[in-house]
Ligand binder design. Structure first.
Ligand code: ATP
Ligand code: MG
Length: 326
């Protein structure tokens, strides 16, 4: 079983409106409600590719109850620790006429130290059954930046490999706790490095030229490896993935840029990398599946969903090349 930690889940509400009047009353012709948050996306993708996932998270108030019920309707096993604050909602308004959508995201409840302690006890109880742990998404307000580092440290001490996908200080601290894989996207890696790593150019991104030594993305990922991560996989949007590991550096590229909604593509990558980790796939194979799942998810309208046919089609066209030895 793969343990997927979701400390700040959400109830994602989407209103489809024919043409939005931003100064008037709008009537949605369709309303979708689904459980959200990055961990939930990862767990859904894991299940879709045949892995057992258990969502371990926090839930509070009526929205927390709704998230729990929605997870049950999807058939996703979850153990949610009750908290006092109200679980957050995200609200998306899709404007059919303009073809645009606007997202409104609540920050999430303030989580107290006692509540995190109760969560941690359930997490430690579940660890012996876990083949891997996924720590994914932002931390809710109130939790210290080192919360993921604490959870990663407990898992690695128990011999359970950790896949970490977050940003900022929680990423920096978490990487030092020895996760098996860290997956920043380019913006997250640049924020951590404190410098631009790629420059915009017609048709895509080009890495900022390096005077000598490894290219800038590999160098910045290498810093995270030096800090304690066993491997760093940087997602570069339509540019694919760069993996920096003790055994070498790889680049995996999708066959084509997919037009669509890339939100959640990174979560699909995390699911594929975790599945590859627990099933012992070699890096080339892991990256091939991760890029294909990312592209298939970008092609689907809803975050956390993809069509198996897209996944299978892209999989045959992914190019994986070894850039350099470590
Ligand atoms: N438009 C696209 N066309 C083809 N492949 C894509 C596209 N967008 C994303 N991908 C694939 O999915 C991977 C993950 O995407 P991205 O780098 O956008 O992750 P992310 O920013 O972490 O996303 P999120 O956090 O919203 O899930 C990419 O590395 C790439 O392999
Ligand atoms: Mg991401």
């Amino acid at each position: 079983m793969i343990l997927v930690v979701c400390l700040n889940p959400a109830l994602d509400v989407t209103h489809d409106v024919a043409a939005v009047d931003w100064a008037g009353v709008n009537r949605a012709h369709t309303v979708h409600t689904r459980p959200g948050g990055k961990g939930v996306n990862v767990a859904r993708t894991l299940r879709a590719i045949g892995a057992d996932a258990l969502v371990l998270g926090l839930a509070g108030g009526l929205t927390g109850t709704a998230v729990e019920a929605a997870l049950g309707r999807l058939g996703l096993p979850a153990e949610l620790t009750r908290i006092e604050g109200e679980t957050r909602r995200t609200f998306t308004v899709v404007d059919g006429q303009r073809g645009t959508s606007a997202l409104f995201n609540e920050p999430g409840p303030d989580v107290g130290g006692g509540e995190f302690g109760a969560f941690r006890a359930r997490y430690e109880a579940a660890l012996p059954r876990a083949a891997a742990v996924v720590l994914s998404g932002s931390l809710p307000p109130g939790l210290p930046a080192g919360a993921y580092a604490t959870l990663a440290g407990l898992a690695t001490a128990a011999g359970v490999p950790v896949v970490l996908d977050t940003s900022g200080e929680p990423l920096r601290l978490g990487a030092a706790a020895g996760p098996a894989i860290v997956k920043p996207n380019l913006a997250e890696l640049e924020a951590l490095a404190g410098r631009p790593l790629c420059a915009a150019r017609a048709g895509g991104l080009a890495e900022v030229a390096a005077a000598d030594g490894p290219d800038p993305v590999t160098a910045a990922a290498g810093d995270l490896v030096a800090a304690g991560a066993e491997a760093v996989v940087v997602s570069l949007g339509p540019g694919g993935l760069r993996a920096v590991t003790a055994g070498g550096v790889w680049q995996a590229v999708p066959p084509a840029v997919v037009p669509g909604n890339p939100t959640g593509a990174g979560d699909a990558v995390v699911a594929a990398l975790t599945f590859g980790l627990v099933s012992g796939q070699p890096w080339e194979e892991r990256l091939r599946h991760a890029v294909a799942l990312g592209a298939a998810t970008a092609a689907a309208p809803v975050a956390g969903e993809f069509r198996q046919a897209d996944y299978a089609r892209v999989l045959t066209g992914v190019t994986v090349s070894r850039k350099e030895a470590a």
